[in-house]
Design a protein around this ligand. Sequence first.
Ligand code: HEC
Length: 143
Amino acid sequence: MKPFLLALTAVLLLVACSQTETQKATTSKPAKSQVEEAKPMALMMRAIYEQSSAMRGKVEAGEALDSSFYRFMEFHELEPTDSTVLVKVFYEHNEDFKRAFEDLLKASNKDSYNAMLTQCVSCHEDFCPGPIKRINKLRFQES
Ligand code: HEC
């Protein structure tokens, strides 16, 4: 049971950022880092995804986003799975994303929601392509 769970964790972790997970998942001995628990940044990213999905519902219903409830999560301060992401461009993407997030809180509309997702994707293109498809599914289609 335990080796199975470890293998499953490894696969889930690989699914997170890489696009070549099947290739890597079939190597017989995964590196130690691949079988460890999800890192704090990855866990917060999951929460950010859930929050984004909840915000989508509000925007779709035409309700204002409550800025005391929807807060910017400082994920860039947390330990990532791959520490090589912590370079200047990453922090620049984070600043752009933060601005888009704040604009969304003020405007609470579909355009600003999509603009925030554009910033998620922009950072993900450089550092973590795996979830881009999932993120784009949150997008409102242009009417
Ligand atoms: C500044 C860069 C950046 C921005 C902006 C960003 N992400 Fe991420 N995201 C990352 C990195 C890096 C990881 C990998 C984290 C790790 O594995 O420790 C990640 C991981 C994820 C994951 C996978 C988590 C897992 O299960 O391992 C999801 C889902 C995700 N991000 C969604 C989003 C969404 C939704 C947004 C916007 C609302 C967003 N991200 C904005 C860089 C970013």
